[in-house]
Design a protein around this ligand. Structure first.
Ligand SMILES: NC(=O)c1ccc[n+]([C@@H]2O[C@H](COP(=O)([O-])OP(=O)(O)OC[C@H]3O[C@@H](n4cnc5c(N)ncnc54)[C@H](O)[C@@H]3O)[C@@H](O)[C@H]2O)c1
Length: 251
């Protein structure tokens, strides 16, 4: 029970890695809010967690919309009295179609940046005032280890995730005086229950061959870093990026 009674919001936790974090952090005693644009999936994850005897609620949230993120923060703080941890995990990711950069339309670019980058900003803007009141809090931003490689054919995505690292460093410097830690996690290519075409089976194998640890990354591999950064054991760590990719990239 390393996170007993901690109030934790996880955005984009209706499926994939976010849903895994929701389950595992709830099992550590946290009270989880699943904030996803897909309300049905968010409710299903919350129901599954509650059925196991842990605590979770679902709130339909569009992280790219300021009214929506403000409503999320207000609802959670009214229900629990405070907010301890924000995991900015929501992203346009599994739905991305790989293509040369000059075939990415301005609309696609703006939509993706609106979720992957503005969404992180808006969630922080809405939630951090509640953390400041308590002079304590933790923000965990999810970037991607693809930033260190610069893989082709999803330039908007890689750029957005590089932005998340810069955002993390700058915000960490601003919030230290309130004892608020802002850190970043960069997952490697991880198979979830959601099919996607950002990495083909051949590419997955080529990546594994270059990793220190030569096996496919699974969602459980990321949980330890998220629990650690949510817990009291990481209170002197801020502005950092923890790379969880089996040692594919060394940075
Ligand atoms: N799976 C990987 O290999 C991998 C690798 C590196 C980084 N990441 C990052 O980890 C995170 C989770 O990855 P995943 O594989 O579970 O992604 P995913 O695409 O399967 O899930 C993303 C979730 O975000 C939600 N979402 C999308 N737009 C939203 C919005 N406007 N408001 C609220 N929620 C919204 C979706 O409904 C979905 O539940 C993402 O930030 C992704 O970029 C994943």
């Amino acid at each position: 029970m390393r996170l007993k009674d901690k109030v934790i919001i996880i955005t984009g936790a209706g499926q994939g890695l976010g849903a895994m974090y929701a389950h595992k952090l709830a099992e550590e005693g946290a009270k989880i809010t699943i904030a996803d644009i897909n309300e049905e999936k968010a409710r299903k994850v919350a129901d599954d967690i509650n059925a196991k005897g842990y605590e979770a609620i679902a709130i339909r949230t569009d992280v790219s919309n300021e009214q929506s993120t403000e409503a999320l923060a207000k609802l959670v703080s009214e229900r629990y009295g405070h907010i301890d941890v924000l995991v900015n995990n929501a992203s346009i990711f599994a739905t991305i179609k790989m293509k040369p950069f000059n075939e990415i339309s301005v609309k696609e670019w703006d939509n993706l940046m609106g979720v992957n980058l503005r969404g992180v900003f808006l969630c922080c803007k809405a939630v951090i005032p509640f953390m400041k009141k308590k002079k304590m809090g933790k923000v965990i931003n999810i970037s991607s280890s693809t930033v260190f490689m610069g893989r082709p054919y999803y330039l908007h995505y890689v750029t957005s995730k590089a932005g998340v690292i810069g955002f993390t460093r700058a915000l960490a410097k601003e919030l230290g005086e309130w004892n608020i830690n802002v850190n970043c996690v960069t997952p490697g290519g991880t198979k979830t229950e959601i099919p996607r075409d950002t990495v083909s089976p051949e590419q997955f194998q080529a990546l594994i061959n270059q990793q220190c640890i030569k096996r496919q990354e699974v969602p459980e591999d990321l949980v330890g870093a998220i629990i650690f950064l949510s817990s009291d054991e990481s209170t002197f760590i801020s502005g950092q990026t923890i790379n969880v990719d089996g040692g594919l990239n060394l940075h």
